[in-house]
Design a protein around this ligand. Structure first.
Ligand code: GLV
Length: 316
C-alpha cells in the first residue's frame, strides 16, 4: 500500500508538499544528511525504495545510485537538474509539473516587462530619496505597437502573449522549429528574432542545447532601445555578455528572474540600475506552489496505485 511505501525526498523543494508526503509515505530526507550518512541511507534503502521526489532544477546525483529507484517525481517544469542519460540507463521514469505554473510565470514576465520599460524600481527609489521635490522622473517607453519577441515559444510564452495582447504589443518568436499553430512571424535564429524585437523575452529551458544562446551578438541585434527579459533559465544567457551590453548601452535594460549560478548573481549586474533583479520567483505564488506540490503527490499516487504517471517527461 502507498501509505507504507518508502519515499526518498532529495531536497527541500517545498515544505508544505514535503509535510503531505511525510504523512503518506515512510519518507527519508536526504538533504538533511551529511555526505557519509547520505551514502549509508542510499545503501539502506536500496532494494526497498522505488520512488523519490526532488526539485526539477536541482537533484543530488547520489540518488542515481539507488538501484531500485523507478520513479523520480519532480517539483517544477524545467528539468535541467535531472541527468536523463542516467535515468534512461537505469529505467527511472521522471515527472515534472507543467501547465500549473504557466499563469504565475506569465504574470511575472509581464511584471518585468512593465518594471523595465517604465523604470518602476528606480522610480520607487526616486520618490523615497526625496528627489521628486527637485523635479520630475525621466520618461519611460510605452508598449503599444512595440514587438515582443519570444525566445522559446511554448505554453508559458502563449500565456504571456494572452496578457500582452491587451497592452497592444505585437509578437514574433524563435524556436528550433517553426510551430504550425503559432500565428506570429517566425525567425530562424535568436539573433534574427532580436533584430526584429523591441523586447526579447527568454523562456528557453536550461541544458547543453541552450547553453549561452543569448550572447553578445543577440544582444547587439536587440539594439540600444531594446529590453531583455529572462524567465527561462540563466544558463541560456552569456551573463558576461549581458553585463557588457548593459554597461555599454548596447541594450537599454534587462529584467531577470533567473541566473546561471543561482542564488549567486554576477556582481556587475548587482551594481547596475538598468537591470531589475528578482530571486527566481516566477512560479512563487502560494496557489501555484501548492498546485505544483499536488501534481507531485498525484504523480506518486498514480504510480503506486496504477503504475502510470500523469505528467512524465523524457528530457529531449
Ligand atoms: C522553475 O523554475 C521551474 O522550472 O519550475
Amino acid at each position: 500500500m502507498a501509505e507504507q511505501s518508502s519515499l526518498l525526498i532529495v531536497n527541500n523543494f517545498h515544505a508544505e508538499t514535503i509535510a503531505k508526503l511525510d504523512a503518506r509515505y515512510e519518507t527519508h530526507h536526504l538533504w538533511r544528511e551529511s555526505a557519509d550518512r547520505k551514502r549509508e541511507l542510499i545503501a539502506r534503502l536500496d532494494g526497498r525504495c522505488v520512488a523519490a521526489a526532488s526539485a526539477s532544477w536541482d537533484c543530488d546525483a547520489i540518488v542515481y545510485g539507488l538501484s531500485s529507484l523507478r520513479v523520480l517525481a519532480c517539483f517544477g517544469v524545467g528539468v535541467d537538474g535531472i541527468d536523463f542519460a542516467r535515468t534512461r540507463a537505469a529505467g527511472i521514469a521522471v515527472t515534472n509539473t507543467p501547465d500549473v505554473l504557466n499563469d504565475a510565470v506569465a504574470d511575472l514576465a509581464m511584471a518585468l516587462i512593465l518594471a523595465t520599460t517604465r523604470n518602476i524600481v528606480n522610480a520607487d527609489r526616486f520618490v523615497r530619496a526625496g528627489k521628486w521635490l527637485e523635479g520630475p522622473f525621466a520618461f519611460g517607453a510605452g508598449l503599444a505597437g512595440r514587438t515582443l519577441g519570444v525566445l522559446g515559444f511554448g505554453r508559458i510564452g502563449a500565456a504571456v502573449v494572452r496578457r500582452a495582447e491587451a497592452f497592444g504589443l505585437r509578437f514574433a518568436y524563435h524556436n528550433r522549429r517553426r510551430k504550425e499553430d503559432v500565428p506570429f512571424p517566425y525567425f530562424a535564429s535568436p539573433r534574427e528574432l532580436a533584430r526584429h524585437s523591441d523586447i526579447l523575452l527568454n523562456v528557453l529551458p536550461g541544458g547543453p542545447e541552450t547553453q549561452g544562446l543569448v550572447d553578445l551578438e543577440v544582444l547587439e541585434a536587440l539594439g540600444p532601445e531594446g529590453v531583455f527579459i529572462n524567465v527561462g533559465r540563466g544558463s541560456s544567457v552569456d551573463e558576461a555578455a549581458l553585463a557588457q551590453a548593459l554597461r555599454r548601452g548596447l541594450i537599454a535594460g534587462a529584467g531577470l528572474d533567473v541566473y546561471a549560478a543561482e542564488p549567486r548573481v554576477p556582481a556587475e549586474l548587482l551594481a547596475m540600475d538598468n537591470v531589475v533583479l528578482l530571486p527566481h520567483i516566477g512560479s512563487a505564488t502560494v496557489e501555484t506552489r501548492a498546485a505544483m506540490g499536488k501534481l507531485v503527490i498525484d504523480n506518486l499516487a498514480a504510480w503506486f496505485n496504477t503504475g502510470k504517471l500523469l505528467t512524465e517527461v523524457t528530457g529531449n
